[in-house]
Design a protein around this ligand. Sequence first.
Ligand code: SF4
Length: 392
Amino acid sequence: MSELRTPTAAQATDELPPVPEWSGVAPRNPAPPPLAPRRKTRAVQVGPVTIGGGAPVSVQSMTITKTDDWAATVEQIHALAAAGCEIARVSVPDAKAAAACVKIKEGSPLPLVADIHFDHRYALAAIDAGWDKLRLNPGNIRDAAKVREVVKAAAARRMPIRIGVNNGSLAPDIVERYGHTPEGMVESGLRHLRILEELDFHDIVVSLKAHDVRTTVAAYRLMATKVDYPFHLGITEAGTLRSGTVKSSVGLGLLLAEGIGDTIRVSLTADPVEEVPVCWDILKSLGLRERGVEITSCPSCGRVQIDIVKLAEQVERLTAEYRAPVKVAVMGCAVNGPGEASMADVGIAGGKGMGLIYRDGVMVRSLPEAQLLAGLREEIEKVIKERYPEYA
Ligand code: SF4
């Protein structure tokens, strides 16, 4: 039989329990336990961004404009950059797109990856235009002399190539032997890799994407036992904003937690700008990168006496503009409020039509509900000035 507990005085009223004194000597809260060590990989250079070799896991996305409309494509790349994207992939599917490569490079604030299938001339156009990386499966270009031409040109510019295996487009003989399996994906990747290695080309990134999370995870795990090239992680055709976010977070999260993965893309059937914050939230949740404010908010319950849903949304909007990695807790009441607030730089705990503001778990202000947001902003700005002056 479950034990019924009598509410504490603090729970029964709107008062908060006293905050214990902090000596300031020992850390108030230890850092969360570390993940598995990152897999050791070669480093490749994509413009100013390093992939692998222990570099921070980078964030990628892909434009969905018609590439030959270079102005629209450049505009979308700017939108991706503003959202925090670090590398932009652009498909170069035809001669008109290839002709737009120079203009796109001139206008792009981000390093560019040319996504090429089959026709080596479009890869050469992107190389000539000074793009920064190719995504190309050499086995798909049937003529060995054409592969050699592309690889030689890429090597001359120190331009890496990503081999991108997709479980849906394995070669027929691989499907016959392995089926659409992690082993088949890895065999396909190794086959493309051998072509580049035989040409003494090693500036390679590998991706092994399936729409199924378990297949994708198993493929990357298996490939990690065979090569030391950095990995571009992604779940292909992951779905719409909600399902794609969940599948990508689970799949990429599993791998990243094991130390596997050097750059990521979340594929969503949505505006590509939506992909970028999802990537960042995955990396931030694992403590792999820091960017902008991290908000902890309670789900609300019968104890709440302020509009916590509205307040959390307002805090999210308010803090979207900050780049400093400030931790903010928005809690509905005094039950969990002080505890969560003690793990944040700034915290709010709601009371009856009012709220308390904490700094490092110490209550510093008590304000009516209508003034909470303004008070929170002031405290966040103080934290940025004191702890993250580079963002002030
Ligand atoms: S912090 Fe939020 S979810 Fe937790 S008890 Fe208080 S109101 Fe309920």
